[in-house]
Design a protein around this ligand. Structure first.
Ligand code: NOJ
Length: 579
């Protein structure tokens, strides 16, 4: 597919200008590539990826055709939750390198026309942050109100969930001041108190500091959680069911001053820069999404929801995979597309550092289907509306590592959930089995597979998390040489998206709604109509769309033998331009 002539691009720009609804932005047209620094490339042999490792791969990153890189947290941290517990917001984690390395990285990216988005983790800090160290010293310490404390003489505080705790509680008793503190995640991640204007000013000046260094945006960790009802009332199940569809995450994300804080952040920081922001939309719903990203509200740019990635989990278990229907999958992504039909801007993703590998979860990682299904999912991500977020390693089709024993896992979440099952006298063997296909985050965090050498070329030392044995045949180096590899397919897809504004701004229409096997849709933009057909199954399947494709032009097909038939081969993906 080659539509790169200047004249066409100019024509496309003119068309865009005509439509008052569409305001062109670089972050709408970009593909974001997410790098998990801990697992990307280690250069000093300590088994942990580092900034120099990313620097050494900048040409590779550029070659993917992406425009933005989002880095998971690289700040000072004792790593209870792999950097999502920050002890110094203005320092680089020792294992990752130095601030000089960071400057070199940022410069190297900008020289290549790549933008850098950092992770902003400000719902909580580390308990080793100096603010918390001070805060816990005494009830009248100047930093006391940087966190949420509950004096023990008032009795036990009302239940709040603590995600990475075996007992599930979000409060921890601290003897020194005879008080409990709040932590929505692990006890080493105390929640910051956004009610306190001093705390907000500290965060805003830290954000300004990073922007002045030249970064291009922030992905904001669980940002809807920053605002809470700080009277901490008892929440009954009835109340949860009635107001929050029984979901704690919605309750946790519904603090009364949330949008005041985000508007203030916009005014004090974001409005001063040509930057992009992405909310991790914990508790975000179809109804509340626009409150975050409607441009007129001057808050954030984009958010990502969990409805898609949560589909199919068995209720009552920790991310245990059950069955799901493609019809439901299509409905979720179509409903979310619809939210942004007139205002705001969406996102699309299937994998990240909190998810199992997309090919294992949504495709098929059996040898005969791994490559095809991975390409099919890549086609989905890069032809949908909203900004695509693409996770490192997915471009070579990495799959779940499927550890057999708990000792191989490193993730605080999996370890806490294992403890829960143990305490409850549950089936631990079954838990390990469930993690192979379901939720274990380490499946998505195993080191990047560069080549066939020791540890897949990731590190000369002992990797912090085992490398998948399949690096012997599944690695970037081998795929560079193969024109039909996942890697080269991803490059073709980023090119296709860049040369077709219809894939960015085009109107999305779901076709063949009830088809349980095939996902078909069109993207239309000022006279151009693209048709996408994706077979999500390992069998032949038909797209019942009644469209004559005889004159259509094939823009891409994930099989080496190109077809434009409505009869699709297993995991076939086709993008056609209709005439
Ligand atoms: C969401 C992050 O993506 C996840 O990795 C982390 O554990 C939690 N927030 C807590 O910060």
């Amino acid at each position: 597919m080659i539509i790169t002539s200047d004249s066409l691009l100019i024509a496309q720009e003119k068309l865009v200008e005509k439509d008052p609804k569409i305001e062109r932005k670089w972050w709408k047209e970009a593909v974001v590539y997410q790098i998990y620094p801990r697992s990307f490339k280690d250069t000093d042999g300590d088994g942990v990826g580092d900034l120099k490792g990313i620097i050494s791969k900048l040409d590779y990153i550029k070659s993917l055709g992406i425009e933005v890189v989002w880095l998971n947290p690289i700040y000072g941290s004792p790593n209870a939750d792999n950097g999502y517990d920050i002890s110094d917001y203005q320092a680089i984690m020792n294992e990752f390198g130095t601030m000089e390395d960071f400057d070199v990285l940022l410069k190297g990216m900008h020289e290549r026309g790549l933008k850098l988005v950092m992770d902003l983790v400000v719902n909580h800090s580390s308990d080793e942050h100096k603010w918390f160290q001070e805060s816990r010293k005494s009830r009248d310490n100047p930093y006391r109100d940087y966190y949420h404390w509950w004096p023990a003489e008032k009795g036990k505080p009302a239940f709040r969930p603590g995600a990475f705790e075996a007992d599930g509680s979000g409060w921890r008793y601290d003897k020194q001041t005879d008080s409990y503190y709040l932590h929505y995640f692990n006890y080493k991640q105390p929640d910051l108190n956004w009610e306190n204007p001093k705390l907000r000013q500290e965060i805003f000046s830290m954000m300004n500091w990073w922007f002045q260094k030249g970064i291009d945006g922030f992905r904001m960790d669980v940002i809807p959680f920053i605002a809470k009802d700080t009277t901490f009332p008892v929440i009954t199940q009835e109340e949860l069911d009635k107001n929050y569809q029984g979901r704690w995450d919605i309750f946790m994300a519904s603090g009364p001053h949330l949008h005041d804080y985000l508007k203030e952040m916009n005014k004090e920081v974001l409005s001063k820069y040509d930057c992009m922001t992405l909310a991790e939309g914990a508790g975000m719903t179809l109804k509340s999404a626009l409150d975050f990203v409607d441009a007129d509200r001057k808050e954030l740019d984009m958010g990502y929801h969990f409805e898609g990635t949560n589909l199919g989990y068995v209720p009552g278990y920790f991310k245990k995979m059950g069955n799901y229907s493609l019809v439901d999958f299509k409905k979720i992504y179509s409903d979310w597309d619809n939210v942004y039909a007139k205002k705001g801007w969406g996102t699309i993703y299937l994998g990240n550092h909190d998810q199992p590998r997309m090919t294992s979860r949504w495709g098929n990682d059996a040898p005969e289907f791994r490559v095809l299904s991975s390409k099919m999912l890549t086609t989905f991500l890069l032809t949908m509306g909203g900004t695509p977020y693409y996770y490192n390693g997915d471009e070579i089709g990495m799959i779940n590592v499927k550890f057999n024993k708990i000792e191989d896992y490193r993730d605080i979440e999996t370890l806490a959930e294992y403890e829960k099952v143990k305490i409850a006298g549950g089936d631990l063997k079954q838990f390990i089995e469930d993690q192979k296909t379901g939720g274990a985050r380490d499946n998505g965090r195993t080191p990047f597979q560069w080549n066939t050498s020791k540890n897949g070329g990731f590190s000369l030392g002992e990797p912090w998390l085992k490398v998948n044995d399949n690096h012997i045949f599944l690695n970037a180096e081998a795929q560079e040489k193969d024109p039909n590899s996942n890697l080269n397919y991803f490059r073709k897809m980023t090119k296709l998206r860049k040369s077709n504004l219809a894939l960015v701004y085009g109107k999305y229409t779901l076709l063949d709604v009830e088809n349980p096997n095939v996902y078909s849709y069109t993207r239309e933009f000022e006279g151009k109509k693209l048709l996408v057909m994706l077979n999500f199954t390992s069998k032949k399947a038909t797209a019942n769309i009644g469209i004559n494709t005889a004159n259509a032009k094939v823009l891409i097909n994930n099989y080496p033998t190109v077809s434009k038939s409505l009869e699709l081969r297993p995991y076939e993906a086709v993008v056609l331009e209709l005439k």
